[in-house]
Design a protein around this ligand. Sequence first.
Ligand SMILES: Cc1cc2nc3c(=O)[nH]c(=O)nc-3n(C[C@H](O)[C@H](O)[C@H](O)COP(=O)(O)OP(=O)(O)OC[C@H]3O[C@@H](n4cnc5c(N)ncnc54)[C@H](O)[C@@H]3O)c2cc1C
Length: 461
Amino acid sequence: MGNDIDSGKWDCFQAGLRGILIQKGDDAYEDARKLYNGMIDKSPAYIVKCADVADVITTVNFARENKLKLAVRGGGHNGAGLASVDEGMVCDLSDMRSCRVDLKTQTVRAEGGCKWRDVDHVTNAFGMATSSGIVSTTGVAGLTLGGGHGYLARQYGLTIDNLVEADVVLADGKFVTASKTENSDLFWAIRGGGGNFGVVTSFVFQLHPVHTVHAGVTLWPLEKAKEILTWYQDFILKSKTDLYGFFAFMRVPPAPPFPEELYTQNVCGAVWCYTGDFNKVEEVFKPITDTAPVFSHLGSMPFPILQGLFDDLYPSGHQWYWRGDIFKELSEEAIDKFVKHGSEIPTVHSTMHIYPIDGKVNEIGKTATAFSYRDAKFSVVYAGVDPDPKNAAKISTWAKKYWEDLHPHSAGGAYVNFLMNDEHHDRVKATYQENYRRLTQIKEKYDPTNFFSINQNIPPH
Ligand SMILES: Cc1cc2nc3c(=O)[nH]c(=O)nc-3n(C[C@H](O)[C@H](O)[C@H](O)COP(=O)(O)OP(=O)(O)OC[C@H]3O[C@@H](n4cnc5c(N)ncnc54)[C@H](O)[C@@H]3O)c2cc1C
């Protein structure tokens, strides 16, 4: 065990754990250290697979007292690889995945290592869902702490807008609850401020009556991309919030349900999710079918099926390089650039998504939570993805060029969860805008030594 920490301390630490301590050389080490993004290769000295809140407290105290760098792992899905740290210790919550629905309050409590598929599985059984993302394997913790946008955002707000309370282990090992009435400054900060303030051991989310949705994919040829993206912006922003659709440039995967003549073609498309009255499906989708998509695959499905639609396309271990931007509008000049780079999608897994963040997201004030872009309409990700490490440079170059060309048209910051590991700290500041200063003050109060620094870091004031 660690050369400069005496063996008595290690024995005591291990004896106090219900979970498992893994270190370099152990059989379980290689698997345990892997991150979702195969482009990022980190070798922590120790990984603590926490079994419960007590393990998290023990781990935080041990790392702090012994001056070990501590990373916190929820779903391990972060593009920038912030769930691990070279030579330090990982507080890994991935075995803490229990969820419980409370029917009286119409809420769900999800432990800090849950993935969204865990939550959706449990809540769907009761005919409900909360606002999350678009891929079921994404971690609840990282997504929520950054804000969280997905299929239900226009109707029910960001994930943080549905957060009722969170249990947090602070840098000094104290366990607190953050809500509107308890530690309200901390509650404000964790609604967008990332993992800067403590380890969240459980989240309580408000649920909504969403069980079966009418959803799926429509595709158009690249020749129509400018016309369709122009139409999409106008259509989605005018639609009722029970319809959600994100726009994409993509290369058609060579597999069903896509028709063979489209295999490996670069196209533009949209993924839809309608939660409203099913008697109105035809009427609601008519403007979409009127655009004459070259492929349309729409139907009714339980919400968790929609959430899992892309899971097979994006298993753990692919190379990922992404950049993000926030837009208040897509000007004609920006649309031309979106089309130019979108037409040059480099690999079958690479994509560019434009996620609407209007509707309910815009009803909340800019300073009401740490997430600051309440007046924006779209969150964009330029995602270079490929299974083969040999293509790492190709996909990164494409994503960077896309970003460099579009960024001048953007609102300045990004969705914090779409920042990459090679971006300057100014990008974090730009992302929080006027909320940045308050975040540094709350950081000073709850984590004055910046113990939680392996994140999109907000140093203390
Ligand atoms: C395929 C894919 C699809 C995605 N789709 C969406 C989407 O639709 N909507 C969206 O909003 N985002 C989306 N994201 C981005 C996603 O929100 C981030 O990658 C997020 O960081 C994932 O959370 P995680 O728990 O898996 O991350 P991790 O990698 O485990 O952690 C990310 C950060 O959060 C901190 N953290 C993790 N757990 C805790 C905890 N319990 N307490 C305190 N801090 C913690 C970590 O220290 C780290 O800094 C997607 C990402 C991928 C790869």
